[in-house]
Write a new protein. Structure first.
Lengths: 202, 165
């Protein structure tokens, strides 16, 4: 039996009018929250962006009110980094917002979602947790070059321990983030990429 | 720009499109309801960009398909196992057409999400050109894929349909 021969009957079967919703039902649905993974990602990003902006602002305020030059330098650099991360988060949230209000082709929609998730993963793996070791190094360096805090001559053994600890922490955080992101979005991205490949297949 | 009331009225008139997509993409009642909600919300968000260049039904089809295709459930691996259990009413008396429709319905359940989209659009008499525009592929590619899907469905339907002589 061919698809063409059963078109009408199949259409009636698939339509199944018994499931119809009333206008009141539809109106109440509009008040609910969307459950899609991309929209959950959007809500997370929005929260992280506000948090990042708040921390950036806090660093700016601290940099302005503290007189001590090493703290001032530390918070100024943190504020600059926070600003960069906030801008990236803003750009990602805007892309998701544009995506959710557009009616693009299936291919464009899939490509955009995959690209957003990759950017998100990139942000977290390379910028998010990568920034932590950088900030620790910065704090160590600023403290170390301050003659009032660390006595001279240079303690190379201390410096060595710090580098080893930094490496272990950086590597562990990198592996953890990669595993966590894969657990959260890995299967989803694989499914979307498989669909993109299927669309390309001739 | 449509008001909420106008949008609800319009969606109410075209909700059969969403039901069709929910029935093809989801296997059980709860999942169908979730997808219905998701498509409704997505359409409500996107309505501000609906310029009226195309018909509302075509626009809704595009939004609904995009939502259904990218809708993700961690337990979605179970879909094909339970689909047949959730199949609508089966009559006791033998009806060959009904049996064939059911067999075809089961065969459609085994298709990929992209293939399901092609079948949906085909059943609703969209041209290959319109299908290509909606999926973002060429007309030739639509033709190739449709032939493949029809062959697949014919083979799969034969597995489920056993005529009583």
């Amino acid at each position: 039996m061919e698809l063409d021969e059963l078109k009408k009957e199949l259409n009636l079967k698939i339509e199944d009018k018994s499931q119809n919703h009333s206008e009141a039902d539809i109106t109440s649905l509009l008040k609910k929250n969307t459950q899609s993974l991309v929209q959950k990602l959007y809500r997370n990003l929005l929260l992280e962006m506000y948090l990042c902006m708040f921390l950036t602002l806090a660093c700016v305020v601290l940099a302005l009110i503290i007189d001590d030059w090493n703290y001032k330098t530390f918070f100024t650099i943190d504020a600059a980094l926070g600003l960069v991360v906030s801008i990236i988060l803003l750009s990602l949230t805007s892309r998701i917002k544009r995506l959710s209000t557009s009616d693009t082709t299936v291919r464009t929609n899939l490509e955009t979602i995959v690209s957003i998730i990759y950017q998100y993963a990139w942000l977290y793996i390379r910028l998010g947790l990568g920034l932590l070791p950088l900030i620790f190094s910065l704090a160590f360096w600023i403290t170390y070059i301050d003659p009032t805090i660390v006595p001279k001559p240079i303690r190379w053994d201390l410096f060595g321990y710090f580098l080893v600890a930094l490496f272990i922490f950086g590597y562990a955080s990198f592996r953890f983030t990669k595993w966590y992101l894969r657990k959260l979005y890995g299967n989803y991205v694989e499914q979307l990429e498989a669909m993109l490949n299927e669309l390309d297949e001739q | 720009m449509l008001t909420e009331k106008e949008f609800v009225e319009l969606l109410n008139r075209h909700q059969n499109i969403i039901h069709k997509i929910c029935n093809v993409y989801m296997d059980n009642g709860a999942d169908k309801e979730d997808l219905f909600q998701e498509i409704t919300l997505q359409a409500w968000k996107a309505i501000k960009n609906f310029r009226g260049d195309s018909q509302f039904s075509t626009w809704l089809y595009r939004v609904a398909l995009n939502t259904a295709i990218t809708f993700y459930r961690k337990e979605s691996k179970q879909v094909n196992l339970t689909f047949t259990e959730q199949f609508p009413d089966t009559k006791d008396e033998y009806n060959p057409v009904e049996e064939q429709v059911q067999a075809m319905y089961k065969a459609i359940a085994g298709l990929s999400k992209i293939e399901k989209a092609l079948v949906m659009l085909y059943l609703d008499d969209f041209s290959y050109k319109e299908m290509g525009e909606m999926l973002g592929i060429t007309v030739t590619n639509v033709g190739v894929k449709m032939n493949r899907v029809k062959t697949k469905l014919k083979e799969e339907t034969a597995k489920y349909y056993h005529p009583i002589n």
